[in-house]
Design a protein around this ligand. Structure first.
Ligand code: DX5
Ligand code: ZN
Length: 206
């Protein structure tokens, strides 16, 4: 299972957090973006994302994703995931991300069912299962959301889709044991609110 480290909640400033993640075995840097509209929180401006040695796995929890896509292209992001609940033309947004040479994904809020991604699944590189309420790090995992892993696996197998399954929120040394079948986990506070990032990563036993 691959690991993306989320910098939403950390004991260090942004520059130090990214420098610490650079020294670990993590596969991606997960960048959460909130706009005060899709969720009430607003993430601070990020100034050091260009210092990441890990590919950027961007998660836009925003009402108007289009406004952010070119900025992350400039930062050479590997992938951009947007929320499946948006009423925008998701097909156009996903195609635009692909046209710019990045991977695209859809994220499902805890209450959103897998059926919300079916229409787009043939073009998705990633489906992100939010296992906590979006917008805040350090929450307890809503374990019932993990049922979606198997549903997505079945859909992928039946239709021959290629998307990877990510689980995001409340993953720690205990809850990791409940996650089976996902291709990647996104882990924030369990790693970034500690002194020794690699020691925490090792506890995940990925
Ligand atoms: C929640 C974010 C997650 C979160 C993960 O809205 O999408 O990426 O930061 O942080 P932890 O691991 O602390 O739940
Ligand atoms: Zn996220």
């Amino acid at each position: 299972m691959k690991l993306a480290v989320s910098i939403l909640v950390t004991d260090y400033d942004e520059e130090e957090t990214i420098a610490r993640i650079n020294e670990t075995t993590a596969d991606y840097l997960h960048v959460d973006v909130t706009d005060g509209s899709f969720v009430s929180q607003r993430t601070p401006q990020r100034d050091f994302l260009h210092t990441s040695k890990k590919p950027l796995n961007v998660h836009l929890m925003v009402s108007r994703p289009f406004d952010y896509i070119s900025m992350f292209k400039e930062l050479q992001a590997e992938s951009i995931t947007i929320q499946a609940e948006l009423e925008d033309d998701l097909n156009s947004l996903l195609d635009y991300i692909h046209e710019l040479g990045m991977k695209c994904g859809l994220a499902l809020c805890p209450k959103t069912s897998v059926s919300a991604v079916e229409e787009y699944a043939n073009k998705l590189d990633e489906v992100l299962i939010l296992s906590v309420t979006p917008g805040v790090g350090g929450q307890k995992m809503i374990e019932s959301t993990l049922d979606k892993i198997e549903e997505l696996e079945n859909l992928r197998e039946k239709e021959g889709y290629q998307f990877k399954i990510f689980v995001d929120g409340g993953v720690n040394g205990e809850t990791i044991g409940k996650i089976r079948g996902a291709d990647a986990v996104i882990v924030g506070s369990f790693i970034c609110k500690s002194e020794d990032y690699q020691a925490q990563i090792d506890k995940l036993g990925l």
